[in-house]
Design a protein around this ligand. Structure first.
Ligand code: IMP
Length: 199
C-alpha cells in the first residue's frame, strides 16, 4: 500500500487528514513515525502555498517518501488578513491555541458584528517525486464570535462561525465541519488526484 507521510506535528490536523482520506488505499504516517522528538519544520514563506511546499520538500528531501503538507490559517478582514500564515504563532512562539484565541478576542473587542468577517484557508502540497508537485486549496468564509463556544475541533474553532451557521466549528461535529471546511474542500481535490494517480 502506498505510504504518504503527513508533514505535521499537529495531532489535531493529522486526525482531520486521516478522517478526510480514510477510504483511500494509502497508509498515512506522520513526522512522529520518523522522528523523536518531532522536528518543527521551518516555515519562512509569506504564503500558505510557499509554506506547504517548504514543509513537504523538507520531509521529501530527508525521507524520499510521498509527502503531504497542509498549511492553513485564519484571515480576519478587520485585521488586514492577520493572523494568516502566522496563525499557529499569533500569540508568540510556544503559546498555544488558548493564548491565540484570547489575543484575537482582545484585538476584536470593539469590532461590531458586521465587521467580524473572516475566512479559513488551507493549501495542501503533495510531493511524489523531486519535481512532481500537486497543490490544492480550499477556503471557508465566516465570522469571529464574541466568546469561545464548543469543545470540539482545535485552534480557532471555538471562535469561528461558518457562513450560514449559528454554531462555531467547535460546536459542529467533525463530519459537518469536513463538508464545509477549508481543509475538507482542499482534501476533496487531493482525494480525486490520488484516485487518478493510484489507479
Ligand atoms: P500551520 O501548521 O502553520 O499550518 O498552522 C495552522 C494554524 O492555523 C493552526 O495551528 C491553527 O491555529 C489554525 N488553523 C488551521 N486550520 C484550522 C482549523 O481547521 N481550525 C482551527 N484552527 C485552524
Amino acid at each position: 500500500m502506498q505510504e504518504i507521510v503527513v508533514a505535521t506535528g499537529n495531532r489535531d490536523k493529522l486526525r482531520e487528514i486521516r478522517e478526510l482520506l480514510h477510504d483511500l488505499p494509502v497508509r498515512i504516517t506522520s513526522l512522529a513515525d520518523y522522528w523523536n522528538p518531532v522536528p518543527s519544520i521551518p516555515e519562512m514563506g509569506n504564503t500558505f502555498s510557499e509554506n506547504a511546499l517548504q514543509k513537504a520538500m523538507w520531509v521529501f528531501g530527508r525521507k524520499g517518501q510521498w509527502v503531504l503538507a497542509d498549511d492553513s490559517g485564519l484571515e480576519v478582514d478587520v485585521l488586514g488578513g492577520m493572523p494568516g500564515v502566522r496563525s499557529a504563532r499569533f500569540a508568540g512562539e510556544g503559546n498555544g491555541s488558548e493564548a491565540n484565541n484570547r489575543k484575537l478576542l482582545e484585538l476584536m473587542a470593539e469590532v461590531a458584528p458586521e465587521r467580524r468577517t473572516a475566512r479559513f484557508k488551507c493549501v495542501v502540497a503533495l510531493v511524489t517525486a523531486a519535481k512532481s508537485y500537486f497543490f490544492a486549496e480550499g477556503g471557508c468564509e465566516g465570522m469571529i464570535a464574541f466568546e469561545p463556544r464548543g469543545a470540539r475541533g482545535f485552534g480557532y474553532d471555538p471562535l469561528f462561525v461558518p457562513a450560514g451557521f449559528t454554531q462555531t466549528f467547535a460546536e459542529l461535529g467533525p463530519a459537518e465541519k469536513h463538508t464545509i471546511s477549508h481543509r475538507g474542500k482542499a482534501f476533496e481535490k487531493v482525494r480525486k488526484h490520488l484516485h487518478e494517480i493510484l489507479g
